[in-house]
Design a protein around this ligand. Sequence first.
Ligand SMILES: Cc1ncc(COP(=O)(O)O)c(C=O)c1O
Length: 404
Amino acid sequence: MDYTPNRHDFDRYMTPNYAPQEVIPVRGKGSRLWDQQGHEYIDFAGGIAVNALGHCHPVLVEALKVQGETLWHLSNVFTNEPALKLAKALVERTFADKVFLCSSGGEANEAALKLARRWAVEHHGEHKDKIISFRQSFHGRTFFTVSVGGQPKYSQGFGPIPGGIVHATYNDLESVMQLVGDDTCAIMVEPMQGEGGIVPATPDFLKGLRQLCDDHNALLIFDEVQTGVGRSGELYAYKNYGVTPDILTTAKSLGGGFPVAAMLTTDMIAPSLAIGTHGSTYGGNALASAVALAAIEFIDTPQVLDGVKKRHALFREHLEAINAKHGVFKEIRGMGLLMGAQMAPEYEGRAKDILALAIEEGLMALIAGPNVLRLAPSLVIPEEDIAEGMARLERAIEKLLVKA
Ligand SMILES: Cc1ncc(COP(=O)(O)O)c(C=O)c1O
């Protein structure tokens, strides 16, 4: 029998680890979405920096349809043409020589960390196991990645945490120098902390990390799950900094909404993932790879990447104009189309309230922690959607001020 699910079904049938909004979107086109009742929303959230080309972009729909009628899945007992084309496209566009394909950011990071550990053991010995990461960082939800991540709330309560992991302070090279040594296997860092509050790295910090890794035979891992695939205005954020990692992870925008991820590395390191050392049933899935190839080929063009920079300026202008009138933000920051507006001290902890009010006004946005309103829209969002979305955001903020 035909049946229309509602929000109560979430509580009834799904594990309680999320608290989704009351509205249920059912359809999307470009940067607009519609819910079950037909209400329209402008999408500044982009599925948390995933829908790089908005909803149902014709290029991605076409790639999915064509591949969907050709070949879906084989497993890694066989390789397949879309996976090989995607790997080649990633290698040709980055520092990397080799690619491991998988399905999520956490899985790509898990692969990166396991590879770094194996490489260190093979080349330097068992003692070289220390992984340095940063407070407030986020690297995924597998047990290794929540442990490396710098937000203890995600790793606590699950029993003993894997060893050999230490945390330094982001953008503070001195704090890394105090921890780094010949036992350091890798430093893992986001070029801009996403979940940690939209905090870009300083160029000196990333250059310093590169130098420390070189000095101590350690690997530099850039987690570009959130910053990658055009979001920063370059295909990968490391290109903005001129600092090249040894391993890079990419997911989210890579599939534009189809689950796919990759870990990129060099010929010097890749052999440590020898046959049988790691794997993933869905890694290199033909449907996922075909969509990701279409996404990356579309995004890696001057037209799209310059458009991201242009839109960044427009978003910043709008946010600053709202702030000039209402004084709700302390700072507006970010790169490309991953932007954060930190709440002013009077509105500390209120970023979440804006999200709920924005929904009432027909706008989807995000937060990054309790104090930062985060925007991660489509990289090709039309200017009129930006203007209309900002008008809705301003109305939501006006409501917040009335309630404050
Ligand atoms: C920087 C970073 N790394 C890793 C992840 C985890 O990705 P996934 O949820 O696809 O496993 C995220 C997700 O927000 C992220 O922002």
